[in-house]
Design a protein around this ligand. Structure first.
Ligand SMILES: Cc1cc2nc3c(=O)[nH]c(=O)nc-3n(C[C@H](O)[C@H](O)[C@H](O)COP(=O)(O)O)c2cc1C
Length: 341
């Protein structure tokens, strides 16, 4: 019996440019399990995008949210960050950077919209949603998942009653999803993390990070994963609406171009090294999500202008393993070949 009655190959939720109804629907319609990274979507957009997915496929899909973050407003640190952005704004022909009016979406309203959209799975990252919230969602029929980057996080999520834990290895593209200790303290590779979580938990573990082809899928299953969730490899499929500059950077990158950076958001994330990650390496930054909102105008303008040196080029270490362009369904089929029923 497959996990939660879903296919074994999932597309990881990816907030930002890849949060597309066409992509999620193509994965689910193509024999995988598509997930929407809804963290940056206002509640009304979550409703619209979910309806768009549903109009495209009758297959189940998931929605993912960032847990609410504890952060303190720090205008001095934010102004110092804006100072770093200022010359790049000038290069892009943008007005001087300004303090953002809003730095994050209203989590409770996002969750309400998510519940109303009736996805098969609601997954959380960057935190523990807590026992009361998990119980309420499970009572409404949702499969509820949390994300762990170390065993202690898996145990905390299990104690909160989640149905399964996503094991996010160090190789994974995008933000580190952990929530205990420091992000640098939990940089455990998928090969090491998955079996430790499988052994420690009485829950299914879904492997994430560095899985890009059938070999990676087979390896994750051999380590005890009950399903796999793949992000980076889906960024280059035909249905993913990536800006041409981001796409070109992904196609050109070598294995050692991958880096961990706080430069764009204030939170540790894996992507391709570029001018911004180099310039802000080691810089003191305001807490996530303040820089994320402050750098958005630069990132959006850079995507339009084809300037990859100013874009957050989130991607995982396995990027070069599988980047032949093609339809999402073809990638799902290729990945699924690695899974033994
Ligand atoms: C562009 C991008 C955006 C991401 N956004 C999210 C997100 O919104 N929520 C989340 O839980 N994980 C997010 N991730 C991490 C993925 O869920 C997953 O852990 C990762 O992609 C797996 O590793 P891989 O990239 O090597 O396949 C993102 C990853 C990428 C590449």
């Amino acid at each position: 019996m497959s996990l939660f009655g879903l296919p074994p190959v999932w597309m990881a939720p990816m907030a930002g440019e890849a949060a597309s109804a066409a992509l999620v629907a193509a994965v689910s319609a193509g024999g995988g399990f598509g997930q929407l990274g809804a963290a940056y979507l206002p509640p009304g957009r979550i409703t619209e995008v979910a309806a768009d997915i549903r109009a495209r496929t009758a297959q189940p899909f998931g929605i993912n949210l960032f847990c609410p973050q504890a952060w303190a407003r720090d205008d001095a640190a934010l102004d110092a960050y804006l100072g770093h952005l200022a010359p790049w704004h000038a290069e892009l022909g943008l007005p001087a950077p300004a303090r953002p009016a809003q730095v994050e979406e209203d989590f409770e309203a996002q969750l309400q919209a998510t519940v109303a959209a009736r996805p098969a799975v609601i997954s959380f990252v960057m935190g523990d949603p807590g026992a009361a919230r998990v119980a309420a969602l499970k009572a409404q029929g949702f499969v509820v998942l949390g994300t762990a980057t170390q065993v202690s996080e898996g145990l905390a999520l299990q104690a909160s009653g989640v149905d399964g834990v996503i094991a996010q290895g160090f190789e994974a593209g995008g933000h580190r999803g952990g929530f205990l200790g420091t992000a640098e303290g939990a940089l455990i590779g998928t090969m090491a993390l998955v079996p430790q979580l499988v052994d420690a938990l009485d829950l299914p573990v879904i492997a994430a990070g560095g899985i890009a082809d059938a070999r990676g899928v087979a390896a994750a299953q051999a380590l005890g994963a009950s399903a796999v969730t793949v992000g980076t490899a889906f960024l280059l499929v035909d249905e993913c609406p990536l800006s041409p500059a981001y796409r070109a950077a992904l196609l050109a990158a070598q294995d050692a171009d991958s880096t961990l950076t706080r430069a764009f958001s204030g939170r540790l994330a894996r992507g391709l090294a570029n001018r911004v990650t180099g310039a802000l390496d080691g810089a003191a930054l305001p807490a996530f999500p303040q820089p994320n909102a402050a750098s958005r105008p630069m990132r959006q303008a850079a995507a339009k202008a084809g300037r990859a040196e100013f874009i957050s080029l989130w991607a995982g270490q396995a990027l070069p393993v599988q980047r032949a362009p093609g339809a999402a369904a073809a990638l799902v089929a290729a990945l699924t070949q690695g899974w033994r029923a």
